[in-house]
Design a protein around this ligand. Structure first.
Ligand code: FNR
Length: 224
């Protein structure tokens, strides 16, 4: 049995639900494999998962004229709705040219136009997988920027799977047992925080779209 299978299922004292999605459009995506593994670990630790891939959320390039004419396209609207229904989110994202894939940034830009703006005050965990030795970690640092700008509480510990094309067993777990344990610990620490934030809220954070702009709508907190 591999590490990810050996840890006993622990009942979570209070319910939490997460949106877990792969930010790859590719059928045989390494990030989708990592997201699926995250789903099984999270479910084993007592939380519920709404699973998706970028195919559910992709849309046309952001265009303010298109938005004025037709509103928010179906893909980004689905991302907004499924974020709103989740207590927190987990994204497993590829790294493209040392940064965030354009289609993911595009979906975030569309969603940022909807009110309430669903990244605000929502906890997020970032994962990546890549055949490279760095596992796509540079892309996650780029991904933090728009998410934190939008008020998301991005978990400090990120998980990047290096040489991901060789990292999975046929059963979809990590072949390296110690790495599997670290992956699981990372997810459980995040789940504990999400549960605490939902059921024992102790902090509030103001979000404004531009510096100096007063909060003025649903989902915004006036910093004054
Ligand atoms: C890549 N890839 C890549 N990998 C990496 O570690 N750092 C990088 O900067 C890039 N840049 C990059 C750009 C473009 C346009 C492509 C298509 C690919 C390789 C990438 O990690 C690899 O294709 C992964 O398999 C993509 O993730 P999914 O689709 O398998 O989840």
């Amino acid at each position: 049995m591999k590490a990810q299978e050996t840890t006993n299922r622990k009942p979570r004292p209070k319910p939490v639900g997460l949106l877990v999605f792969s930010a790859s459009l590719r059928e045989d995506s390494l990030n989708t494999r990592l997201a699926r593994l995250a789903r099984s670990v999270i479910e084993r630790h007592g939380a519920t998962v709404d699973f998706a891939t970028m195919r559910d959320f992709d849309g046309p390039s952001y265009d303010q004229d298109l938005e004025a004419r037709e509103g928010i396209p179906p893909g980004p609207r689905a991302l907004h709705r499924r974020l709103e229904n989740a207590d927190a989110f987990v994204i497993a994202s590829p790294e493209y040219n040392a940064s965030i894939p354009g289609h993911l940034k595009n979906a975030i830009d569309w969603v940022s136009r909807v009110r309430p703006q669903p990244f605000n005050a929502r906890h997020g965990l970032l994962l990546s997988a890549s055949p490279s030795m760095a596992g796509g970690n540079r892309g996650l640092w780029s991904l933090r920027i728009p998410l934190e700008h939008l008020g998301a509480r991005v978990f400090p510990d990120m998980f990047s799977l290096a040489q991901a094309h060789e990292a999975f067993t046929d059963g979809g777990v990590l072949a390296d047992q110690r790495l599997g344990e670290r992956f699981e610990q990372n997810l459980v620490a995040f789940l504990d925080l999400v549960e605490a934030a939902k059921h024992y809220p102790c902090m509030k954070k103001a979000w404004v779209e531009f510096l100096g702009e007063p909060g003025d709508g649903p989902g915004r907190v006036d910093p004054a």
